[in-house]
Design a protein around this ligand. Structure first.
Ligand code: NAP
Length: 283
């Protein structure tokens, strides 16, 4: 068996084409969706992410502002900046790129963003709403993963989903979203014992560890759907996932590549949330 590749790049492009039409329609009603992105410091990976997000906004017709602030920015200054954006009628989504410098509390900044503009879906109000099934903003990476699985018509109901990783931005919420789709969900993490025995039971395996090619054929049940969230740079400087792609591709039924998998869908769901926020402001 050779796995069918779930191309996040392709799916993202289709969704962005649809979004262009929705954005045009909103503009004709007098609303231009607006996203503000704040970057603090010089981290090259973060800088490349935020520029990618700005480019994606331009592609679908979303107005975007990028604030690149120096590393020395204080927490107070950043809180003030967020407050200004909270008040701005042109801005429907606010994204503060993480991680922040250690002298700034990420919690304080996330809590300051109005939940109605928290298009990253990290505010405790939006996380709570997701947990109890109320309408809010879904966190972009988990949201994108569910869309990728559904795009192939893979049924989630009753499936055993195993997630490796329990971070607040990927592992935990993706489990919640798949539970909502009636999957049976198991989490693995760094303290899990006999992880292979558990991952081998997975019909759908979501891997979000951040360890270069840690997961191989020994972890996978034949025919499993494998979603690789990891983004790592190997010794040769190449982007690789948490899964050994070549080792797993003849065993899995579906597999996501890195790059071109979950990454483009994360940005696309950010655009989706921004457009959703603008549409809500119309109502
Ligand atoms: P994180 O906050 O560092 O969490 C990593 C998780 O993996 C933790 O729950 C940790 O367990 C677990 N873990 C670490 N070593 C392990 C091991 N040996 N065995 C089992 N579990 C282990 O990372 P994250 O933010 O969730 O990101 C994970 C990966 O996804 C990273 O490569 C990141 O770059 C990537 N990512 C990609 C996107 C995208 O759009 N493509 C978006 C977000 C993140 P403990 O909780 O026990 O420490």
């Amino acid at each position: 068996m050779t796995a069918e590749i779930i191309s996040g790049k392709e799916l993202a492009q289709n969704k962005r084409d649809e979004m262009k039409v929705i954005t045009e329609d909103l503009k004709s009603k007098g609303i231009t969706p607006g996203l503000a992105v704040i970057l603090v410091g010089e981290d090259p990976a973060s800088r490349s992410y935020v520029r990618g997000k700005k480019r994606a906004c331009e592609e679908v017709g979303i107005y975007s502002e990028l604030d690149e602030l120096p590393y020395e920015t204080t927490e107070e200054e950043l809180l003030e900046k967020v407050e200004k954006l909270n008040q701005s009628p042109h801005i429907h989504g606010i994204l503060v790129q993480l991680p922040l410098p250690s002298h700034i509390s990420e919690e304080a900044i996330i809590n300051k963003i109005l939940p109605e503009k928290d298009v990253d879906g990290f505010h405790p109000i939006n996380i709570g709403k997701m947990m109890i099934g109320q309408e809010g903003f879904l966190p972009c990476t988990p949201f994108g993963i569910v869309e990728m699985i559904k795009s192939k018509g893979i049924s989630i109901e009753g499936k055993h989903v195993v997630i490796i990783g329990r971070s607040n931005i990927v592992g935990k919420p993706v489990g919640q979203l798949l539970l909502r789709e009636n999957a049976t969900v198991t989490y693995c993490h760094s303290r899990t014992k006999n992880m292979e025995e558990i991952t081998k039971q997975a019909d759908i395996l979501v891997v979000a560890i951040g360890r270069e090619e840690m997961i191989g054929s020994e972890h996978i049940k034949p025919g499993a759907v494998v979603i690789d969230v990891g983004v790592n740079r190997n010794e040769a400087g190449k982007l690789v996932g948490d899964v050994k792609f070549d080792d797993v591709k003849d065993l899995a039924s579906y597999l996501t590549p890195v790059p071109g998998g979950v990454g483009p869908m994360t940005i696309t769901m950010l655009l989706h949330n921004t457009i959703q926020s603008a549409s809500r402001s119309l109502k």
